[in-house]
Write a new protein. Structure first.
Lengths: 218, 105
């Protein structure tokens, strides 16, 4: 294949969803951590809470819009996230070859992956499950605390805190690896396309089984 | 500047209709089940208050004396000692003129 050939990896709809997700979730994680440690006075904490709530509403609308408009994408994404094979087990035994690459400057053979590698699948599961729990519990705690049973309120508070921490920590790894895989970064933030050769190297199963050749698309 | 183009995209036929309906159905069911659980939890949230209220009404129904002025011990106290409610002696002994201001404390 020629090196000038490209694959559309992320459609415009997915990219718009991701832009809004970035704009809402990154400051949500930051304000959430500030709200957890409460380092400022009451007035400032109140301001942080307001920002947290407004961004939470933005994130919710983004998620609902994508769920309704791109339901087919949601189903495809969930299928990919929850499909595991022996290659995933082998990927986890060497952690995708990243520690060897970063720590030993050594390139080890990595099992063939699909559109998302095994680490991304685990992250995707956390985003889908954790994100849904964060949205539901966040709304319940903010908008309906007066009708929540005491036990449910406590449970929601703990779930919101636990999943908030999990996704915030995962976010740091995601940002680091996202920028490290610069072709993927450009595909998600700019044009949606990835070079064919690069995709063949990082996602051979996807290239082999899920793509079709098309002409005259811009 | 030449616009970048792509020559490959994901096939729209990667997933069968059966798979789509199955996964889509599971997703919607998993979203609906917690909603049902939360709704039933909210509906039952005051059940202990309702049970207590019901118990108190049952006690009232079963009681022989249901009002304080029907209490023979109280009636006897007024007849023998305090004359009648709001009498001078009742005012002096049963009514208080001081209170604790908790806000000030």
């Amino acid at each position: 294949m020629g090196s000038k050939e490209f694959i559309l990896k992320h459609s415009l709809g997915v990219r718009i969803f991701h832009y809004i997700l970035v704009v809402s979730f990154v400051p949500l994680a930051f304000t959430g951590i500030v709200l957890y440690f409460k380092p400022y006075d009451e007035l400032t904490m109140n301001l942080y809470m307001r920002i947290h709530v407004i961004l939470g509403i933005v994130l919710t609308l983004d998620a609902i819009a994508f769920f309704l408009v791109g339901f087919e994408r949601v189903v495809t994404f969930i299928k990919r996230m929850f499909t595991f094979s022996g290659d995933d087990v082998r990927w986890f035994t060497i952690l995708g070859g990243y520690p060897q690459k970063f720590l030993l400057r050594k390139k080890v053979p990595v099992p063939p992956m699909g559109k998302y590698n095994s680490g991304q699948k685990v992250f995707g599961i956390c985003v889908v499950v954790g994100g849904t729990i964060l949205i539901v519990t966040g709304w319940a705690l903010w908008a309906f605390p007066h009708i929540l049973p005491v036990g449910m309120g406590l449970l929601f508070g703990n779930l919101h805190m636990i999943f908030g921490w999990i996704l915030s920590i995962f976010l740091l790894v995601h940002i680091f690896l996202g920028i490290y895989m610069f072709d993927d970064f450009k595909a998600m933030f700019l044009h949606g396309m990835i070079p064919y050769g690069k995709a063949e190297e990082t996602a051979p199963k996807w290239v082999k089984t899920e793509l079709v050749k098309i002409e005259n698309h811009v | 500047m030449k616009k970048q183009t792509y020559q490959y995209a994901e096939s729209p036929f990667n997933m069968s209709r059966r798979e789509f309906i199955t996964i889509g159905g599971i997703v919607i069911a998993l979203l609906a089940l917690p909603a049902v659980w939360i709704r039933s939890g909210i509906a039952k949230r005051n059940s202990y208050i309702r049970a207590r209220t019901k118990g108190l009404y049952t006690d009232d129904t079963q009681s022989k004396v249901r009002v304080s002025h029907g209490n023979t011990a109280v009636s006897k106290m007024y007849t023998d000692f305090a004359q009648h409610p709001l009498s001078e002696i009742s005012e002096e002994l049963f009514h208080t003129h001081h209170y604790i201001n908790r806000r000030a404390a």
